[in-house]
Each structure stands twice: as structure tokens, then as C-alpha cells.
Design a protein around this ligand. Structure first.
Ligand SMILES: [Zn+2]
Ligand SMILES: [Zn+2]
Length: 259
């Protein structure tokens, strides 16, 4: 598997990165994971968006899916698409409200929609806890703890696993999802304070604890908010996790192979 970071700024785009967006590739299959503000530009710098084979969304906060509308414009209005988007509808795995939410974001006037719920160029698959096959990936989906319907994912390919927390506070299902994972791509949106609300985000300290409980072989920290000092988040994680850990940056590539 190859993980490419299209954007990693938490909660909103920041001065050095778009919001959340990742590309996961294996066996020639390209899976987009999130498409937050600014990530469609970065995706185009890496590959033609028409060559995406699937998309997954952890939840429907704008910093994870705002550029879906831009992708829809591209799919509908590109004058010479390399593949016919109406024939090769893009599979989209997302929370069940995605078709209505994305349609409303794309066009407030229904007359502009052509197809009421964008199913002319997309093939929506509602998320639910369990395991599903997406191309060459076996994807475990677990509901996590965030103010809206939200999921974390564990992608397995050729015996190697990458878990992505999405946005979440500490919770039991998250622990189950990431146990024994090779690489943990985890959110740490803020520095640690006892008075943060529970069930929203993790601190660097909490993410490090999660990685240690999981026995994760490597920790990649993402979703640090623009108003949060990333070096403090990293230092917190290092107090609770002794394995290899780093802050991801826009454009970084991580080959994920057996160690
Ligand atoms: Zn977020
Ligand atoms: Zn969120």
C-alpha cells in the first residue's frame, strides 16, 4: 500500500495544508479517503481525479468532504473526460446522509442537479460497521465517537494494515479497530487539557496512549488544527508512545509494507 497525504490540517484548512484528504493505492487501485477543503487541487497534482477507483468518507463535516462539490463539477463539466463519468460512476462509501447532503451543497436549486441525488455520476454505498471489500482492500468500518455519524477505517492489503481514526474521541470501538495495526494514522486535534469535551477529538497524549494500547508499529499524527501547535502535540504523543511517530505533512508519501 502507498499512502499519500493530500491534506492534513484539522477542522479547517491551514496556511501550510488543505484539510483532510488521503490517497491509498495498491495493485493499481486508487482509493480517495476524505476530500476536505483544498484537497482536489492536491489530488490533481498527484493524479487525474478521473482515475480514482473509489472514495470513502469518515463523516460529513466540511473539512473532510467540502471538495466533493468541486469533484462533481469536474465529473459533470469536463469537456473531454478520459473516462465517461456517467458510465463509470464513482463508488462512494459514506454516511447514509451523503447523497442528500452532497446534493444540497452542490446546488441549492434542484433544477440544476440533473439527477436529484447525484447518482448519475456516483454510486453511493452507505457505511455501517463491518467489513467490506473495496478493490484490493479489505476495509473494516467502525463507528467512532464524534458529534455526528462518524467512522474509522482499517485497510488491510497483503497482510499489512493501516488504520485511520477519522475524527473521534477515545472510545472502545476505536481501540478494537486499531488493535495490532501496522500503521496508525490518527487524529490529534488539540493539546491535552482535562476540560475538553469528550467524544469529539483526541489530544496528542491520548493518541499516543491509543497507539500504545494497540501495539501499533508506527504512528502518523494528522488533523492538527491550525490554531494548535503541532510540536506540542508531537511531544505529548512521545510521552505516551515510544515507537516511531511523526506529524504528517501535505504531499508526504508512506509506503506501508511488512516490517
Ligand atoms: Zn475534522
Ligand atoms: Zn469532524
Amino acid at each position: 500500500m502507498l499512502l499519500t497525504v493530500l491534506g492534513c490540517s484539522g477542522s479547517a484548512p491551514g496556511p501550510r495544508s488543505p484539510s483532510s484528504g488521503y490517497l491509498l493505492e495498491a495493485d493499481g487501485f486508487a482509493l480517495g479517503v476524505e476530500l476536505g477543503n483544498g484537497t482536489l487541487a492536491e489530488l490533481q497534482a498527484v493524479r487525474d481525479p478521473f482515475t480514482l477507483d473509489g472514495l470513502v468518507f469518515s463523516h460529513l463535516h466540511p473539512d473532510h468532504c467540502a471538495d466533493f462539490s468541486a469533484l462533481t463539477v469536474l465529473r459533470r463539466w469536463h469537456p473531454a473526460p478520459p473516462v465517461d463519468p456517467y458510465v463509470n460512476r464513482l463508488p462512494v462509501h459514506a454516511p447514509k446522509e451523503a447523497p442528500t447532503r452532497f446534493a444540497a451543497a452542490y446546488a441549492p436549486d434542484r433544477a440544476e442537479l440533473e439527477d436529484e441525488l447525484l447518482t448519475d455520476v456516483y454510486d453511493f454505498h452507505p457505511l455501517a460497521p463491518g467489513v467490506r471489500e473495496i478493490g484490493p482492500f479489505s476495509v473494516t468500518v467502525a463507528q467512532v465517537s464524534h458529534p455526528c455519524e462518524a467512522y474509522g477505517f482499517r485497510f488491510t492489503h497483503s497482510g499489512v494494515s493501516l488504520a485511520y481514526t477519522g475524527d473521534t474521541g477515545v472510545c472502545d470501538t476505536l481501540d478494537g479497530l486499531v488493535a495490532g495495526v501496522d500503521v496508525l494514522l490518527g487524529e490529534a486535534s488539540w493539546t491535552h487539557r482535562d476540560n475538553h469535551p469528550s467524544g469529539v477529538h483526541m489530544s496528542g497524549l491520548e493518541l499516543g496512549e491509543l497507539a500504545t494500547r494497540a501495539g501499533a508499529k508506527r504512528l502518523l499524527i494528522t488533523h492538527v488544527a491550525p490554531w494548535t501547535d503541532p510540536e506540542v502535540v508531537l511531544a505529548e504523543a512521545r510521552t505516551t508512545y515510544t515507537g516511531p511517530v511523526e506529524l504528517v505533512v501535505k504531499g508526504a508519501e508512506y509506503p506501508i509494507a511488512p516490517r
